[in-house]
Structure formats: C-alpha cells, structure tokens
Design a protein around this ligand. Structure first.
Ligand SMILES: C[S@@+](CC[C@H](N)C(=O)[O-])C[C@H]1O[C@@H](n2cnc3c(N)ncnc32)[C@H](O)[C@@H]1O
Length: 393
C-alpha cells in the first residue's frame, strides 16, 4: 500500500466522525475485520471505514516502536511506521542534544515525526520538514495528538528549499528505501548524505545525521563523531554528530544508556580458547570497538577476523554477553550429536560467526533431546572451523 493511496488520506480521520470511528475500531481483532467493516459500513462511508481499519492496523504495528499509549493516539502512513525512529532511540538522541544546550532543531526529513516528538519532549523547539503531503499531515496530527504542537511546526517542503538559519542545530534522517528496497550507498539516500553533511556543517551549534548502521567507517567525515546505537541488543542505527568531538567513535547500548568510547586500541591478539567466550553487542562490533571490550575482560580473539573474544576470567561487562565454555572441538556434526546426547541437551541455542552452517539444518541433524540447555558457537579458532559449547555465565 503506497502512502499516496486514498485510504491513507488522514483528513477524514481527523474529523469528529473519523476520530469516533478510530476509537471504535481500536482493538479490532484482524480475524474479525471483515465482519466489523460490514457492520460499520451500514452507518459510515465505506472509504472512511477502510481508512479507520487501515489506521488501526498501522497503530498496532507501531506499538513496538512507540508503546501502546502513544501508538494508540498517533497517525501513521505505511512507510512512516516502517521508517520512523523507535521512541527509545529518538529520546536518547534528543536528550544528548538538550544536554548540549541546543534549544531549537530543524528536523529535515521528519517522516511521521518520531524524532520531532522526542525532541519536543526534551523541551526543544522543532521545525519538522517533509515533502510528502500525507507524511507531513501525519507529523502534524501527531504533534497535536501528543500535546506538542506548541513546540513543533510542521512544514510540507523539500528540505533543500528550507532556510534553517535561526535554528541551533539540524537533524537529518534521510530516506534510505528506494522502490527496490534498502539503499546502501549513502549518496543514494534522499537527500544524499553529502547534502546532509553540508547542512550539518552550516548549523551553528551542531547536528546529528541518522545513517544506516552498515555505513563504512571511511564514509564518516573527519569532523564528525560516529555513534552506533543498539536497543535491547539489536543495532538500530548509526549517528554522525557534528559540533561534539570530531573523530570520536562510540557504541551506545539502550536501555541504559551505556556508552563505550574508542581508545584507538590496536586489534586484540589471537589466543587459544579460554574458559569464557564474550559475544560483543552488535553496536560494539559495528563501531569496531571489540579491542576495547577485549581489553576490559583481559581477553583476546579466537580468530583474527571474528568478533568473538575469549578470556580465562569472568569480567561482567554490559558491552558483551559472557558464556562459560565447557568444550571446544573441531567442527564435526557427529561429535556434537554424541556430546549433546551424553549431556542430555534438549534445548540448543546455535550461534555462529564465520561459519556457513545453517543453525536450523544443524539442529535437525543433531536432534537435541533431554532436559538440559546449552549454547553452541560455530566459528573458527585460528582459521579452523570449530565448535565451542557452553552456557551463559
Ligand atoms: C527515514 S524517514 C524519516 C523518519 C523520521 N525521522 C521519524 O522518526 O519518523 C525519511 C523521510 O524523508 C522524506 N524525504 C526524503 N527526501 C526528502 C526531501 N528532499 N525533502 C523533504 N523530505 C524528504 C521522506 O518523505 C520520508 O518521510
């Protein structure tokens, strides 16, 4: 469903009849949708009923990002839900800006307003710009629905035509999805990253540009700080900050936040498997801070090219999950099957780095049975395919 589909026209949903209908269909079970639609069409225009049911579905999808309460009051477009920043990440970034003394932000590419809402909630005045009419309408409705319209002005415009003079900072979250899926080349973003960087450099008190976590480190400008952010262990985004600490690299883990800063350490030494294996958080790996974690836990790498850290001692760290390793052996399915049988392992978690083995295929082959749980790491130890078996420490 495209955002310009008539069913996405928000205007009818913002009328008293539309709002009442939205309340009515709020908790509609998808299995009951047809029956509910048939009943409601007797009293309301068919298009309004479809729009209300479509919006209810989008709100349900948005709960994971915005929570039940906000998602239940907000307005979405299909792309808008997909592309919006989750509230936890937006709130973290907004807090960083507020703590830096920034009081006004031009949010260039505001989408349905995920970031604009967080900025306003941090007490920042926002000019929120999006060129898509339905999306801008949703951002406006959201600022209103959440009682933030006093702080958020929404403008339907192309960001390249907007004068941001008079704002302390800019925030740019370019569109990274084209007609054929995700875009990896930062110059193919809309607007291109180079445009966003120029806008960032013009802002008097700094800027934040949201980019894909896979952005190559070479694409980070020298005058920017790069921050990779994960939430609940999943990497969500990278941010290029201007006006903070040029050249700084950090990994931030939410909730928390916990931030690990680069100390520019050399790659860790490769060493034989110790009693513990540490699996660094994805943000740490993307930020190339595995050496900092290895240093914290007094460990080294199992293989020069793989982000598993091994150490003899347990040093709890928020930046990696520690496992106690009971066995390590060359990769061999029959041996794994025998070992799991001997230990009565019926609940097997398969993790892998640097192995082409499909976890599901392996599980089918070893047929785990028994009351105990274990984790098997499929990886390489000094270049050779290996398996390490253990459990969370
Ligand atoms: C990734 S989304 C923004 C999501 C937003 N930060 C949020 O949390 O809801 C990118 C948005 O950029 C808008 N966009 C892309 N190019 C634009 C341009 N040149 N001018 C204005 N808006 C643009 C798209 O319409 C889309 O809504």
């Amino acid at each position: 469903m495209a955002d310009n589909d008539p069913v996405n026209d928000l205007a009818p949903l913002l009328t008293p009849e539309g709002r009442a209908l939205l309340d009515e269909v709020r908790d509609t079970d998808p299995a009951q949708e047809l029956a509910v639609a048939t009943r409601l069409r007797r009293e309301h225009p068919a298009e309004l009923v479809s729009a209300a049911l479509g919006q209810a579905r989008l709100r349900q999808r948005a709960v994971a990002k915005f929570g039940v309460e906000d998602a239940g009051r907000m307005f979405f477009t299909p792309n808008g839900v997909e592309q919006s920043t989750r509230a936890s990440v937006a709130a973290y970034r907004a807090r960083r800006m507020a703590e830096a003394g920034i009081t006004s932000v031009a949010d260039l590419c505001c989408g349905i307003g995920g970031d604009a809402i967080a900025l306003a909630r941090a007490g920042i005045r926002v000019l929120a710009v999006d060129r898509d009419p339905q999306t801008a309408a949703a951002a406006r409705a959201n600022a209103d629905a959440l009682g933030l319209s006093g702080l958020v002005e929404v403008r339907e415009a192309d960001v390249t035509d907007v004068d941001t003079a008079g704002f302390d900072a800019v925030f740019v979250d370019p569109a990274r999805r084209g007609g054929r899926g995700r875009i990896f080349d930062p110059e193919a973003y809309s607007p291109p990253l180079s445009w966003a960087i120029s806008a960032a450099r013009r802002a008097p008190r700094g800027a934040a540009l949201k980019v894909a976590p896979g952005i190559p480190h070479e694409a980070v400008p020298e005058d920017a700080e790069a921050e990779w952010i994960s939430d609940g262990g999943d990497v969500k985004e990278a941010v290029l900050w201007f006006g903070t600490e040029p050249g700084a690299v950090r990994a931030t883990l939410l909730p928390g936040p916990r931030t690990l800063l680069s100390r520019g350490l050399p790659d860790p030494q490769v060493r034989p498997p110790g009693r513990y294996l540490y699996e660094p958080d994805g943000a740490v790996i993307r930020a190339h801070l595995v050496a900092e974690v290895a240093d914290q836990v007094g460990g080294g790498l199992l293989d020069a090219t793989i982000a598993y850290v091994t150490a003899d001692a347990l040093h709890p760290t928020p930046y990696a999950t520690a496992y106690e390793i009971t066995d390590h052996l060359p990769f061999n399915v029959k041996k794994l099957k025998a070992l799991l049988r001997e230990r009565g392992v019926g609940i097997l978690t398969v993790k892998k780095r640097g192995s082409a083995v499909e976890p599901e295929e392996l599980r089918k082959k070893v047929k785990p049975q028994g009351p105990h749980a274990a984790t098997v790491f499929l990886t390489r130890v000094a270049g050779a395919p290996a398996m390490l078996i253990g459990h969370p420490a």
